[in-house]
Design a protein around this ligand. Structure first.
Ligand code: F0G
Length: 355
C-alpha cells in the first residue's frame, strides 16, 4: 500500500480530520494542473491569469477531493451505503468511490436536467439512480430526510468531510504559485466549494504557508442567483446545469468567504457563460463545462467594468471537464462534419474552399 503515500489524504494529512483509523484511500484525485493563460488573460490586460483545471480529477470534477475524504470517513464508520442529491458531478464522484471501495451508492437527481456525460458515469459505476420530477433543492431535501431514517452516509457538501477535502485545492494553488493569488474566481452553486477554498486559504495563512489571503469572487448564473438576490429561487434556470440551484446549503459559508475576504458574489448571464466557455476552448485549448466557465465570465465582466487587474495574480477555478456535457458543446460549436470520399483530390478541394 506504499503507493497510497502519494494520495491526497496522505499529502495533506496534517490539515485533514483523519486518524490512523481512517483508511488511506485514493483514486488519484488532486494534484491538478494550474495552467497560465496564453491568450484570454492578455486580451483582458491580465498578465497573470491562471486556470485550475479541476476537470483533470479522476471523475472529471473537483468533487473527488471532497469525496475521497467523505468516503474514507464512511468506511471508518463501517457504513455500507452512501447517498447524495446531485446536479451530476457529485453523483458521478460518489458512485466511483463507492464502486472502488465496495459501498452501495444511491443518487437522487433531477431527471430532466443532468448533463449526459454525468449520468452515463453514474450508470457505468453501478449507482442506484433515482430521478425526480423536480430540482436539485428538492432532491437534497429528500436526501436529508432519508438519512434520518436509514443507516446511510450522506455525501453532499453538508457533510463537513467534503469541505475538508475540497479545501486542498487552495493548498495546491499556493504550493504551485509559491504565494497566494490576489483573486480567486469560482462558480457558486450549493456554495460548498467557495466555503472550502476560503477555509483552505485561511488555514495555510494561519500556518505560515502564505503571507496573505486572496479576495474571493464567486459567480452564480443570473437565473439561479439566490445569494446575489438575497432570496431563495424556487425555480432556478440556467444553461449551466451544474449550478442550477435555488437554495444553497452553504449559503452562510459563501457570505463569510465574500465578506471576510472583502470579495464579491455576483451573477453572469447564460450568454456570458457560453461566451467564456467558447473563449476557453478557442483561445486556451481548455474544454470545461458551462458551470465552470462562470468563473471566467465573471472576471471578463469585472475587467469590462473597469477593474484594473493588470498587476494582479488571478486564479479561475475550472471545476469540471467539458466532456461531461457534450450536448451544450455541440449546440454552441456551430460546426458540422463535412464527409467526402477517401480521395486526396476531394479533400484538397474542400480545404481550398475553406481558405
Ligand atoms: N461547478 C461544477 C462543475 C459543479 O458540478 C458544481 C456543483 C459547482 C461548480 C458548484 O459548486 O455547489 O460547491 O457551489 N455541483 C454539485 C453536484 C451541486 O451535485 O454535482 P458548489
Amino acid at each position: 500500500m506504499s503507493f497510497n503515500n502519494k494520495s491526497l489524504i496522505n499529502k495533506y494529512k496534517d490539515y485533514l480530520p483523519i486518524s490512523n483509523k481512517t483508511p488511506n484511500i485514493t483514486l488519484g484525485e488532486g494534484g491538478t494542473p494550474l495552467v497560465r493563460s496564453m491568450n484570454l488573460g492578455p486580451s483582458l490586460g491580465c498578465q497573470r491569469l491562471f486556470f485550475k483545471l479541476e476537470g483533470c480529477n479522476p471523475t472529471g470534477s473537483f468533487k473527488d477531493r471532497g469525496m475521497v475524504v467523505a468516503v474514507a470517513k464512511a468506511l471508518e464508520k463501517k457504513k455500507k451505503k452512501i447517498v447524495c442529491a446531485s446536479t451530476g458531478n457529485t453523483s458521478a464522484s460518489a458512485s466511483a468511490y463507492a464502486a472502488r471501495y465496495g459501498l452501495d451508492s444511491i443518487i437522487i437527481v433531477p431527471s430532466e436536467e443532468i448533463a449526459l456525460g454525468k449520468i452515463v458515469q453514474a450508470m457505468a459505476y453501478g449507482a442506484k439512480i433515482i430521478g425526480i420530477n423536480g430540482n436539485f433543492d428538492q432532491a437534497l431535501s429528500i436526501v436529508r430526510n432519508i438519512v434520518e431514517i436509514m443507516d446511510i452516509e450522506l455525501v453532499n457538501s453538508i457533510n463537513p468531510y467534503r469541505i475538508e477535502g475540497q479545501k486542498t485545492a487552495s493548498f495546491e494553488i499556493i504550493d504551485d504559485l509559491g504565494i497566494q493569488p490576489d483573486f480567486l474566481s469560482i462558480p457558486v452553486g450549493n456554495a460548498g466549494n467557495i466555503t472550502a477554498y476560503w477555509k483552505g486559504f485561511k488555514e495555510y495563512f494561519e500556518s505560515g504557508k502564505s503571507t496573505g489571503l486572496p479576495k474571493m469572487m464567486g459567480f452564480q448564473a443570473e437565473g439561479a442567483a439566490p445569494i446575489v438576490k438575497g432570496e431563495i429561487i424556487q425555480d432556478p434556470k440556467t444553461v449551466a446545469s451544474a449550478i442550477k440551484i435555488g437554495n444553497p446549503a452553504s449559503w452562510t459559508g459563501a457570505l463569510e468567504a465574500r465578506d471576510e475576504s472583502e470579495g464579491l458574489i455576483d451573477s453572469v448571464s447564460d450568454d456570458q457563460i457560453i461566451n467564456a466557455y467558447m473563449k476557453l476552448t478557442r483561445l486556451e485549448g481548455i474544454f470545461c463545462e458551462p458551470a465552470s466557465a462562470t468563473s471566467v465570465a465573471g472576471l471578463i465582466n469585472l475587467v469590462n467594468n473597469g477593474l484594473d487587474m493588470s498587476e494582479k495574480t488571478i486564479v479561475c477555478v475550472l471545476t469540471g471537464n467539458g466532456l461531461k456535457d457534450p450536448e451544450t458543446s455541440q449546440k454552441n460549436s456551430g460546426f458540422s462534419i463535412q464527409t467526402v470520399d477517401p480521395n486526396l483530390h476531394e479533400i484538397l478541394k474542400l480545404l481550398k474552399n475553406q481558405k
